[in-house]
Design a protein around this ligand. Structure first.
Ligand SMILES: [Zn+2]
Length: 341
């Protein structure tokens, strides 16, 4: 299997604009992975708007590695395609904007991205997005340009057309960008580290990856302790922390998310915030650095997270099944209800 590793989603610069009210959908701009977003297009004239009723064929389901020689039989350049689905009681829509499509991404890739949206976004929405009133109606712009990977802000994700051409199975770049919509403008002043916006997006990308990580794990690797050896940088530490604590009656990552959203805890106060987060878990009484120290000594920090091929699980999942474990234990309606009391 060819390896095409691109620095997807590991952007270091995240500039968040002013807070917006729901009516001002386009007022906020996030620059992520160097793609500056264009305005939301949902308010514009809809002469080019098409109901997206393209079905998912069997060959699409079977297709394990997209090829570039497929023609666009249904999706046409210059149009926008809208689809709607109700999932777990919420109505979602996805508008795929192909007005800047250069036909580098194949129709099959677009279908995968649409299916990913309806599979991945609702899971993340249930656990995190509902708290921030993240958009249920999302715009996906495929833009033909020479640089960058993707960006997100307001209700819009932009993915660079040529990135999809160069990286045929990088569907979960969309998972990453959708997290930025759910974060709804985290501000570095109220995060423990500036990098936490990206770290959290990557953590979600790993846990909620499309088709249980079938494409993600073959394409993208959750870095191990050698690649990310500080707490500031380690995405895997978040995954481990979630696994270690999620069988308690607390959802640490969910509570962490709320603290980041609430913008009350400044960077200097995060040691205390972590101590509070650990209450009621096996780490109660410990500092975040002590917990990190425990993590650095685990096998979990070292297992290979890259899958050898589409049909073989990575060493990490063979040894821990961490993705399913977290999905099963981390969040429940009971927890949601208890937060409201
Ligand atoms: Zn990002």
């Amino acid at each position: 299997m060819k390896l095409r590793v691109l620095p997807v989603g590991l952007a270091l610069s995240l500039i968040v604009g002013m807070a917006v009210t729901p009516e001002q959908k386009v007022a906020k701009t996030v620059v992520d992975d160097e793609v500056k977003l264009t305005e939301s297009v949902q308010q514009e004239a809809d002469a080019d708007l098409v109901e997206d009723t393209v079905g998912v064929s069997e060959s699409y389901e079977e297709d394990e590695e997209d090829t570039s020689n497929q023609t666009a039989a249904h999706y046409e350049k210059g149009k926008r395609y809208i689809s709607h689905r109700t999932i777990e009681g919420r109505e979602y829509s996805l508008l795929i904007d192909l007005r800047k499509w250069g036909n580098h991404a194949t129709e099959n890739q677009l279908l995968h991205l649409r299916e990913l949206f309806y599979e991945v976004y609702p899971q993340m929405y249930d656990r995190f997005g509902a708290y921030t009133n993240a958009p249920l109606d999302v715009v996906l712009v495929i833009e033909d340009r020479d640089e960058g990977v993707a960006g997100a802000g307001g209700d819009t994700v932009t993915i660079v057309d040529k990135h999809l051409e160069n990286s045929r199975n990088d569907f979960d770049v969309l998972s990453h960008e959708l997290v930025h919509l759910i974060q709804n403008g985290w501000n570095g002043k109220y995060l423990e580290y500036d990098y936490d916006s990206e770290k959290f997006a990557e953590y979600c990308r790993y846990i909620y990856a499309y088709k249980d990580g079938k494409y993600n794990d073959e394409h993208w690797e959750l870095p191990d302790i050698n690649a990310q050896n500080t707490r500031e940088k380690s995405i895997r530490f978040f995954v481990w922390l979630d696994m270690e604590t999620s069988s308690s009656n607390r959802d640490i990552i969910r509570d962490y998310f709320e603290i980041c959203c609430d913008k009350k805890t400044e960077t200097a106060n995060w040691n205390k915030a972590w101590k509070n987060l650990f209450k009621g878990t096996k780490f109660e009484g410990k500092t975040i650095d002590e917990v990190w120290n425990t993590y650095t000594k685990t096998d979990f920090a070292r297992y290979a997270a890259k899958a050898p091929d589409f049909n073989t699980k990575s060493e990490l999942l063979q040894k821990t099944d961490v993705r399913n474990y977290i999905k099963k234990h981390s969040f429940s309606q009971n927890y949601e209800d208890s937060l409201k009391k």
